[in-house]
Design a protein around this ligand. Structure first.
Ligand code: COA
Length: 174
């Protein structure tokens, strides 16, 4: 096993990670999920963990100027966190998440990180110091501003970490 971690451009690297997504989230499964019909943004960057050149773990990165309590805020989005079923419980998602947060921190251009997950994954993130965001989140869907409550929002501190109030993603969710 030869594990490598790289950070690559989002669009160009999509074909290499699509099989991982198809494996974790087959269309027939996704259709029944709370977020199955949500239109998501595409990540700007991806953290990819490879074993012998094959992607086995992925974290997507988004940079977004949103609004929190009526003021502009720079959000570092994290999404599409997935590990190949044969490679789970080896710390790969933890490593990829750490690399994603380091990337955002190094850029110094984001105030906090924000992700959305299903309720059964909340503990995984809170054990990694992510905190619940208990306010309301709005995002764009089909060209309209709508409440986004299909998943649970969690925040991670970079320069600050809002935990309540109204947050507008000012674009598609991730
Ligand atoms: C959620 C998910 C991404 C976790 O990926 P992972 O690579 O297994 O994550 P990690 O290995 O870093 O951590 C998983 C658990 O394995 C444990 N673990 C890590 N290394 C380990 C090792 N060497 N031996 C045994 N257990 C280990 C971790 O402690 C962790 O448990 P904890 O949360 O109780 O601390 C993965 O289960 C997955 O792809 N699920 C389906 C898609 C999904 O739901 N994604 C989340 C979207 S928000």
């Amino acid at each position: 096993m030869s594990i490598e971690i790289e950070i690559v451009t989002g669009d160009a690297s999509w074909p290499s990670v699509k099989p991982l997504f198809d494996l974790a989230w087959p269309r027939e499964v996704v259709e029944k999920l709370s977020w199955g019909h949500v239109v998501f943004a595409n990540p700007e960057l991806r953290v990819i963990v490879e074993d012998d050149g094959q992607p086995v773990c992925h974290v997507g990165l988004y940079r977004r100027e949103g609004m929190w309590k009526g003021r502009k805020t720079r959000i570092g989005g994290i999404g599409g966190v997935v590990t190949h079923p044969d490679y789970r419980r080896r710390g790969l998602a933890s490593v990829a998440l750490t690399a994603a947060l380091h990337t955002l921190k190094d850029e110094r251009a984001t105030d906090f990180a924000l992700l959305f997950c299903e309720p059964h994954n909340v503990d995984f993130y809170t054990r990694r110091n992510w905190k619940p965001f208990i306010g309301e989140v709005f995002a764009e869907q089909h060209g309209e501003r709508m409440r986004f409550d299909a998943m649970t929002p969690l925040v991670s501190y970079l320069k600050r970490a809002p935990h309540e109030g109204e947050m507008d993603l000012c674009g598609l969710p991730w």
